[in-house]
Design a protein around this ligand. Structure first.
Ligand code: SF4
Length: 326
């Protein structure tokens, strides 16, 4: 069966299975363009040629007590990343103005923390109320593990989506984090959804996981019915335990994005951190399976810059998605 045949079946309602996912990940280099074409059929059917732009705000940096081995924001590692406590309401609102000027459909407020304190949550909620009163932009927050009632507070303030990545497959998770477990993350995603928030939930590729692990993550996300899937490619950070791991090949990055599209055909699939350094010259091809980008860099690393991101979208024949207030 050709990749286009598989795409046609998925468009007809067939749910790609684990073997399909592995076939995508293990496909030959000379199948890459047909594979991208097939993934694009799914992307186009559900998202047209729009590219949804998201902008990140690192509202609390480098002071997380957890020990995720890929993360430069863990206090367990000497990564040299900038460290600061919670930003003020004014700083977070100012970030939203920048994001709005960059045509972002989502402004993503992120804190490096196990979970938000009551005071931190109050700061985020007040900032969100002020942002929503001032401009049309949708708000996602990524604040770590949530306690009872915290998701509801975010909803009341005007947040519509909550990010909490699973990071990797259930099997591999204990190898990258010892301070919380996979089920903690699943429960926070479920709590966010129960409260009425959309879930943004993805992972990081290239941490030493197997192809089966990558596929297993895509199926966990399908099971959780997450609305948005950020796919990061490890950009090894100095000082972290994964500092010595090599980067993925651009072709493996593309196969991975196609796999996520086949398994989760209707979802927002966002190319996240590590895009520029892993995909290199093949970056524009990633817009065929994926329909969303973080622009203007990431939490602790710079990207290629906003102007280059927009140029890439337009040169490849895609267009920046308009903001639709949620
Ligand atoms: S919980 Fe988040 S911020 Fe903290 S170390 Fe893990 S990935 Fe980094």
């Amino acid at each position: 069966m050709s990749w286009n045949d598989l795409a046609a079946r998925v468009l007809d309602g067939y749910a790609a299975n684990f073997d399909d996912a592995l076939s995508v990940l293990r496909s030959a280099d000379d199948e890459l363009l047909p594979l991208l074409d097939a993934a694009y059929r799914l992307r186009r059917a559900h998202h047209g040629n729009d590219v949804r732009i998201h902008v990140l705000q690192n509202a609390k940096s480098g002071v997380c007590p957890e020990d995720c081995s890929f993360c430069s924001q863990s206090m367990a590692f000497d990564s040299g990343v900038e460290r600061y406590r919670m930003q003020s309401v004014d700083e977070i609102v100012e970030g939203a103005r920048r994001a709005h000027a960059m045509q972002a459909v989502k402004y993503c407020i992120v804190t490096a923390t196990r979970g938000p304190s009551a005071g931190e949550l109050d700061t985020v909620c007040e900032a969100v109320r002020q942002i929503k009163a001032e401009m049309d932009i949708n708000i996602c927050t990524s604040l770590g593990l949530l306690k009872d009632g915290q998701a509801e507070q975010l909803v009341a303030a005007g947040v519509t989506r909550f990010n909490h990545n699973l990071e990797t497959a259930r099997r591999f998770f204990p190898e990258i984090c010892s301070t919380h477990d996979f089920e903690d993350r699943i429960e926070t995603v479920r709590a966010a959804k129960r409260a009425g928030l959309e879930a943004c939930c993805g992972g990081i590729m290239g941490m030493g996981e197997t192809e089966e692990d990558r596929a297993a993550l895509a199926f966990e996300l399908r099971e959780l019915e997450v609305e948005s899937i950020p796919v990061n490619f490890l950009d090894p950070r100095p000082g972290t335990p994964l500092a010595g791991i090599g980067r993925m090949s651009p072709k493996d990055c593309l196969r991975t994005l196609c796999m996520f599209r086949f398994v989760n055909p209707t979802r927002d699939i966002r190319i996240a951190g590590g895009r520029e350094v892993n995909l290199r010259r093949l970056q524009p091809l990633s817009l065929y399976p994926a329909n969303s980008l973080f622009v203007d860099g990431y939490l602790t690393t710079g990207g290629q810059g906003y102007e280059a991101d927009i140029q890439m979208i337009e040169d490849a024949g895609f267009r920046v998605a308009a903001i639709v207030a949620e």
